[in-house]
Design a protein around this ligand. Sequence first.
Ligand code: HDD
Length: 693
Amino acid sequence: MSIDRQSRREADKHRDLDAARVAPDDANLTTDQGIEVDDTDNSLTVGERGPTLLEDFHFREKITHFDHERIPERVVHARGAGAYGRFRPYDGWLAEYTVARFLCDPSVETDVFVRFSTVAGSRGSADTVRDVRGFATKFYTEQGNFDLVGNNMPVFFIQDGIKFPDFVHAVKPEPHNEIPQAQSAHDTLWDFVQLQPETMHMMMWLMSDRAIPRSFAMMEGFGVHTFRLVNAAGRSTFVKFHWKPVLGIHSLDWDETQKIAGKDPDFNRRDLWDNIEAGNFPEYELGVQLVPEDEADRFDFDLLDPTKIIPEEEVPVRPVGRMVLDRNPENFFAETEQVAFHIGNVVPGIDFSDDPLLQARLFSYLDTQLIRLGGPNFTQLPVNRPAVPVRNHHRDGYHQTAIHQGRAAYHKNTLSGGCPAIATEGAFTHFPERVEGRKIRKRAESFADHYGQATLFWNSMSDWEKGHIVSAFRFELGKVEHKEIRKGVVEHLNHVDHDLAVQVAKGVGVQAPESPATPNHGRSSPALSQANTKFGSVKGRKIAVLAADGVDSSAVAALGEGLTGEGAIVEILAAHDGVLQSANGGRIEVTRQLKTVASVVYDAVVVPGGPENARTLSMDGDAVHFVAEAFKHCKAVAAHAEGRAVLERAGIAFDRDDPALVVADDAAGLVSGVREAVGAHRNWARETDHIPA
Ligand code: HDD
């Protein structure tokens, strides 16, 4: 898909950012006061070996600035990666429901900045941990900034935001020893879970493969809460926002994620960066589920409860438009670290619901930015400021960068000619929702079912997804020291599904329940299963070609020609960097030395032919392990001609019924086999073979 860049751009964020861009040039180094200095490597001392002088203003300024380089990391979602992009609606059908122009005028293309994140870990934690992924989008619309601050899971752990500090304290590293980093597998989190059954639906998602995405480009995004759309007549419709990845939803293998955390802790961040640099732009479709206000009561759950989804089979997700992420930030700190999202940043045509989690978030985001970014003027930072003019009477504060002219900083005034004026039309107007009731601290009865949708999720999973969920619960609870907590969780699981509870109980050494605590209702939502997602693309996939001197270059050339054009990244890995001598005397450039990478950071491995190549690789433990490990992780493993010998050495039998095992004597057959196997993501059926590696 290509979005036409010539479109109408009243709010051009990139032009706006130009004013802040500072490029290196050939001018001389200066202090922050603009004074050129003659030496920045030696401090001013008395004599060559004497003490340093306090009057060395360049030294003092340089060190002071350095001392103040860090700002507090986000209390949650500290680790993230960002990208700019563009959004455009397909057509104007949503105008019936909202006056938000960026959603319903296909002639308008809106710049966006997206930040993906993990939740629990610190800024320097690994990317591939089991966790929720944040998916926050800032739309720089011509009506001001709209932030859709979502996650890659459609529900949340708690129903009321007042529980958020409790939940976060439970999931973060434990306070006495700050262990474990970026992990949910510890006592405090599961203690919280067993005492707070409203977490159960979200825990099913967290234990599923959704928590270990292969790529930010291969995960969904959700606004989670029910919001409102408001149209020109002032009519409100409830809405849930969805991002659907064009490449489908695909995940890593749990063993693999743990290894990647060591081999390449920047795995997802690097994948995003490299693919944007390579022109393999991540793309997502924005979709909405709409529920007319007067139909809000027709569900067996409450639309205001953020631990519930609206099954897509009940209310379809209707496509609105497409977002393409096509530009990496230029400075991580300035853009990705300083970007400040706020769920309260809405534009006319979008409004809130009374979801108590949403209401709490409306307070928290602005509050957190004030401390994190040091005062109220963070909205003036280049990445945060809207691409349309800001005019109001806000003044002063730390880091004020505007020079407000005139005498009147109040409304109404005559001294500034009454400026700025109040809009007479097109301004944001809060939806005049009718509310009444007594002040009360009480969870609504309609929020009381904590298991029904957890069961729906479980019932919707394929066999391999169920297997992964059971393994995840066993892993996580297996790390919990207190047996009583393990038992408490199993008791809740017995309300979700008896078989699930029994399997988990067996794994973690607690008494398995004898009969279900709640009978399984048997309902499912096929849209929830990753087995029903999109397959077939090799875009953004990394294919490793193992090679040594004497490699048959025909297969190597065919893979490059056949798959890179479709967005795959094909890399030649060898025992050393530099150049290999191919069987026909040609030269093949090595992309990476085998020791600097690992199978876990690739989607597939191919061993080309050539007798000498096969002999050398069969004797190379790293190469053989690479193949065996890729095979264990259910990836496409392919051999061309003599390359088979390396697969044999890795213990792979060829008589198996395995679509991801590709063995071909002709280069064309190899390429088409690899394309198909990579497009299918993984052959999870292999897991039942219990392959060591
Ligand atoms: Fe939150 C950050 C998503 C509930 C309080 N949240 C944050 C980010 C995402 C979300 C994606 C990172 C934004 C970025 O990249 O800078 N949060 C969610 C979702 C929630 C949710 C989808 C439930 C549906 N959050 C939630 C609650 C509270 C917060 C209930 C507090 C009452 N969230 C915060 C925060 C953060 C934050 C403390 C930390 C850093 C920041 O805001 O900017 O204010």
